[in-house]
Design a protein around this ligand. Structure first.
Ligand SMILES: [Fe+2]
Ligand SMILES: [Fe+2]
Length: 186
C-alpha cells in the first residue's frame, strides 16, 4: 500500500475535518469548565466554605476528565487534539446563590454545545462520533440535575436567617469524593 500522501485527495487525518474542529472546540470548552469550577472552589475557600470548595474542586476534576475523554477519542480516530487558549473565568461572586446560578446556566450552555456536536456529527454521517457523544448527552442530564438540585437547596436557605443551614449543606458538600473515570469507556 502506498503512503497516504501518494493517494490523490486522501485525508491526512482519519477524521472528518469539521467534526475534528468541533471536537477540539469542545476539548477547550471542557477545560474552560474545569477552570470556572476551580475558580468557584477558590472563591468558596476564601469565604470559609470548605465543603463547597471541595465540591467544586471535584467538579473541576470531572470537567478535566471530560476534556481528556474527547482528547483520547480524537487521537483514537487518527485526528489531532489541539491545545488552544483557555478564557479567563469569573473570579468572584455576590453570594452562594450567585455561584450556583452561574453553574446551572453554564451547564445548560454546555448541553447545547453537546447537542450541536451531535447534530453536526449526524449531518456529516460520522456515526462513530454520534455514538461516542451519547455518553456526554447522558452526562449533561446528570450535570444539569446536580446543579439545579444544589441551586434549589441554596434558594431555600435565606442567607441571613439560614447561616446554620448553609453550614449543614457545607458538611454535605464536603462528603463528595472523586472517582477516577475509565476514560475510554463510552
Ligand atoms: Fe463537562
Ligand atoms: Fe459539566
Amino acid at each position: 500500500m502506498p503512503p497516504k500522501k501518494m493517494i490523490p485527495g486522501a485525508q491526512v487525518s482519519g477524521m472528518n475535518p469539521k467534526v475534528e474542529t468541533a471536537l477540539n472546540n469542545q476539548i477547550n470548552a471542557e477545560f474552560y469548565s474545569a477552570y470556572l469550577y476551580l475558580s468557584m472552589s477558590s472563591w468558596f475557600d476564601s469565604i470559609g466554605l470548605r465543603g463547597f470548595a471541595n465540591w467544586e474542586r471535584i467538579q473541576a476534576m470531572e470537567e478535566r476528565d471530560h476534556a481528556m475523554k474527547i482528547f483520547d477519542y480524537v487521537l483514537t480516530r487518527g485526528g489531532r487534539a489541539l491545545m488552544t487558549q483557555i478564557n479567563t473565568p469569573q473570579s468572584s461572586w455576590k453570594d452562594v446563590l450567585d455561584v450556583f446560578e452561574t453553574q446551572y446556566a453554564h451547564e445548560r450552555i454546555v448541553t447545547s454545545l453537546i447537542n450541536d456536536l451531535v447534530n453536526l456529527s449526524t449531518s456529516q454521517k460520522d456515526h462513530a462520533t454520534v455514538n461516542f457523544l451519547q455518553w456526554f448527552v447522558n452526562e449533561q442530564v446528570e450535570e444539569e440535575d446536580n446543579a439545579r438540585t444544589i441551586l434549589d437547596q441554596v434558594k431555600l436557605i435565606s442567607q441571613e436567617k439560614g447561616v446554620g443551614l448553609l453550614f449543614m449543606l457545607d458538611k454535605e458538600m464536603a462528603a463528595r469524593t472523586y472517582t477516577p473515570p475509565d476514560l475510554l469507556k463510552t
